[in-house]
Write a protein that binds this ligand. Structure first.
Ligand code: SF4
Length: 280
């Protein structure tokens, strides 16, 4: 697998949803796109928790975590009618406090926000029985009764498996568990941890899927650079209870990029938030 192209879990999950969606959402956006707080809130809480649990700090400091979280929120916030900066800050603080109070990190923290290949691992810990990866999942709104549906999204998820696979590639050791911690901000804040068991055999099997999927993604990327659109997956056009942002592009403009950019869409300038893909 030495020359295997590696893609981030978020981009891979987009590709698995619809190959065309994966390239379009990184290249263009609807002109009517309205800023939503989800990704910025996710980035805010991630930044705060990364600081709080960073083993390079002499001691864990809520004040330092809040300072970096606040700066992240202010950087990502955009003025609009629905959300105030202070309202979002209250939500972010509640989420961070509930997570810290839940006292879930009982191993030795090896690092936070670890750059491993094309992914960023939120936390890596060592427990007596081995390594454990952790992925914070920030959710702006979730009724507790719908928790089982949400948990089903990450048991298993590509993200959790890639976290474990990436650690094995980088550290030569298979983690024992890959954990997601769901941080729900409203209507009531709550925290829900969930772990999947990892074995060598599981990662071997996952690795062969990675090879096939990432080679397909690489091929799509090269073709797109030559002006060829990736294939559609029409089963995803109305996934998640709402139409895909690119439904007019695919089904009214028939993939005509020139016409799309002259009418309904504009080039996307900042793709950073997509790659970080922090909140759901
Ligand atoms: S509208 Fe459908 S086919 Fe087109 S990008 Fe979205 S999900 Fe894919």
């Amino acid at each position: 697998m030495t020359d295997l192209p590696v893609y981030s879990p978020s981009e891979t999950e987009d590709y698995l949803q619809c190959p065309r969606y994966r390239v379009l959402r990184r290249a263009i956006e609807p002109r009517t796109a309205v800023w939503a707080p989800n990704i910025t809130l996710g980035n805010t809480i991630h930044a705060g928790l990364a600081m709080y649990y960073d083993p390079r700090q002499h001691e864990r400091s809520v004040a330092d975590a809040q300072a970096i979280a606040r700066a992240t929120l202010e950087e990502g916030y955009q003025e609009q009618d629905e959300w105030t900066l202070e309202g979002l800050w209250q939500l972010a603080q509640r989420g961070m406090k509930a997570t810290i109070d839940a006292d879930l990190l009982n191993g030795v923290v090896i690092g936070t926000e670890l750059a491993i290949s094309r992914m960023r691992l939120d936390v890596l810990e060592r427990y007596p029985d081995g390594l454990q990866t952790l992925d914070w999942k920030v959710k702006l709104k979730l009724e507790k009764r719908n928790l089982p549906y949400r948990v089903a999204d990450f048991d298993p998820s590509w993200q959790l498996l890639q976290n474990a696979w990436g650690v094995r590639q980088a550290y030569g050791e298979t983690p024992k568990w890959a954990r997601a911690v769901l941080i729900v901000l409203s209507p009531r804040v709550f925290i829900h941890p969930h772990a999947i068991k990892i074995t060598d055999e599981r990662l071997d099997d996952f690795g062969s899927s990675c090879a096939q999927v990432w080679r397909g993604m690489e091929g799509d990327r090269l073709a797109y650079d030559e002006g060829v659109l990736p294939p559609m997956n029409t089963r995803s056009c109305n996934a998640y209870g709402r139409p895909c942002d690119f439904k007019p592009f695919c089904h009214d403009l028939y993939g005509d990029m020139q016409q799309a950019l002259a009418t309904l869409y504009q080039p996307k300038e900042d793709t950073r938030s997509d790659e970080e893909h922090r909140a759901l």
